[in-house]
Design a binder for this molecule. Structure first.
Ligand SMILES: NC(=O)C1=CN([C@@H]2O[C@H](COP(=O)(O)OP(=O)(O)OC[C@H]3O[C@@H](n4cnc5c(N)ncnc54)[C@H](OP(=O)(O)O)[C@@H]3O)[C@@H](O)[C@H]2O)[C@@H](O)CC1
Ligand SMILES: [K+]
Length: 461
């Protein structure tokens, strides 16, 4: 089992293609089943194991795991939902010489291994499988899903079973699939670990990857406040939101944060307040990123400011909150300077409509249509540009409090202004810092605490 940070997230079809490119399908199943067997053996600590096998290759992995456990002298029973139907599963089942019980009335065991369906699940589970599976998972003190819990849709993360039971551990085979990073599937999986199968990185090189901690360099010895990144924030009707963004930008490492507009001079003294007599005040070439949206309001003045910034095309932009409701996405593809959009689900719908597919698909479609980096915030946050996507599979659920989005915007703007990688890398770095700061804050914190926590989060890298 190895770490999954930065690794590929691969659809069922891409996984099958990688498997075919590898060629040695029997060898892959051997590695998968053995990897499962080794993990289960370590965790079972001698307790009886029940392996449930389905008719396809997921079931084949189960037979291999059961055979391994038996050969290691472990107490193991096998039950099946159906006879093996794929050639590989037939061959694996033939090597299991013990009894195979029917699923319906099989006795539960302390350790349950679910090898019923994996990436080949094609329709909702029938009650004749779902009911005994739920009973056995719930009766076990440790339930382990092979590749995926049987009942989750690989590419969308949807549940194809009612009252899906919760597992303690899911052993992803070869690579993570979208369901491993998407809700509601993810919340049924428990801890997720990867069993490597030796598939080549080239064959797995999909366009979607798990987020990894960013590598952020310390300022150069000859750095100054502008070279570290100057963030300008356009103030609107609710100045507190803009202040949160400014503070977050500074605590994420920006050298200078200026609020442009009529804000009372509250907040850290380090934040600079400048009047916004006209938009020309934002022409300062030292500005590395402009934030527009937090607390902006949706009046005509706000709309005009946004349109002017987009048309001017002089600075990288981070567009959030109210500005997303005022945005005409058709104006974006012509820009040369990078744009990062940071919508939550409601804002995403306001800009792009409902879309189709998973949040990964929808974020990627939006990025392709606009040329912008789209940070689609939610239970799983997806950061996409035209060519690829990075997923952050959720952070501390206590982040769902007012102002945390403004903090994220500031963190992303700091990364963009400080030129920490390409725009998608800068956006991902901001998402990571924000989520990690949220983790450090624990429970019932407020957005101000989150902004404060960015200092030590940044220091941890
Ligand atoms: N890719 C790799 O690199 C490797 C993949 N490996 C493993 O292979 C797994 C994928 O195997 P797979 O393609 O055979 O699909 P799998 O999940 O076993 O199910 C297919 C069977 O289930 C049936 N079926 C489907 N839905 C059903 C339902 N609701 N109710 C009832 N039946 C249903 C379906 O029947 P059908 O839809 O044709 O009627 C078919 O018989 C993957 O998750 C991993 O564990 C590793 O061994 C090695 C490396
Ligand atoms: K499974």
């Amino acid at each position: 089992m190895i770490a999954i940070e930065g690794g590929p997230v691969v659809t069922a079809a891409a996984m099958r293609a990688a498997e075919q490119a590898h060629g040695d399908l029997t060898g892959l199943m051997e590695r998968a089943g053995r990897g499962v067997g080794e993990a289960v053996r370590r965790l079972a600590a001698g307790a009886e194991v029940l392996v449930l096998c389905g008719p396809g290759n997921n079931g084949g992995d189960g037979y291999v795991a059961a055979t391994y456990l038996r050969d290691m002298g472990h107490r193991v029973r096998v039950a099946c939902t159906d006879v093996p139907r794929s050639d590989l599963a037939k061959a694996a089942a033939a090597r299991w010489t013990g009894p195979v019980e029917p699923l319906a009335d099989v006795r539960s065991a302390a350790i349950l291994v679910d090898a019923v369906f994996g990436t080949g699940l094609s329709r909702p589970l029938d009650a004749t499988i779902a009911d005994p599976l739920r009973r056995l998972v719930e009766a076990a003190s440790l339930a382990v899903a092979v590749d995926l819990p049987s009942g989750v849709a690989t590419d969308s993360g949807a549940l194809l079973v009612e009252d899906a039971p919760g597992y303690a551990l899911t052993l992803a085979l070869g690579a993570l699939k979208p369901a491993h990073v998407l809700q509601p599937a993810m919340r049924t999986m428990g801890a997720i670990r990867l069993v490597p199968l030796g598939l080549s990185a080239h064959d797995l090189s999909g366009a979607v990857a798990m987020i990894a901690p960013p590598r952020l360099a310390a300022p150069d010895p000859d750095s100054h406040k502008y070279s570290r990144g100057m963030v300008a924030i356009v103030v609107g009707q609710m100045a507190g939101a803009a202040r949160l963004s400014a503070e977050a930008a500074l605590r994420s490492g920006a050298g200078y944060a200026a609020l442009y507009g009529d804000a009372s001079e509250l907040g850290p003294a380090a934040i600079v307040h400048r009047p916004l007599a006209d938009m020309a005040s934002l022409d300062d070439p030292r500005i590395g990123a402009i934030v527009i949206g937090p607390g902006l309001g949706r009046d005509e003045a706000a709309r005009a400011r946004l349109a002017t910034l987009i048309a001017a095309d002089r600075h990288p932009l981070v567009v959030d909150g109210d500005a997303l409701h005022l945005l005409d996405p058709a104006t974006l593809p012509d820009r040369d300077c990078p744009v990062i959009l940071t919508p939550h689900a409601g804002e995403f719908k306001a800009v792009f409509g409902e879309g189709s597919g998973s949040v990964i698909d929808r974020a990627r479609d939006a990025a392709r249509a606009t040329g912008a980096v789209v940070v689609f915030k939610g239970a799983t946050t997806v950061i996409a540009n035209r060519h690829r996507a990075i997923v952050h599979p959720g952070g501390n659920s206590w982040l769902s409090t007012a102002g945390t989005g403004d903090v994220l915007t500031g963190a992303i703007a700091a990364m963009l202004a400080g030129e920490h990688g390409t725009p998608i890398e800068a956006a991902a770095a901001g998402v990571w810092l924000h989520a990690e700061a949220g983790r450090r804050c624990g429970t019932s914190f407020i957005a101000d605490d989150l902004a404060t926590a960015l200092t030590l989060t940044r220091a941890s890298l």
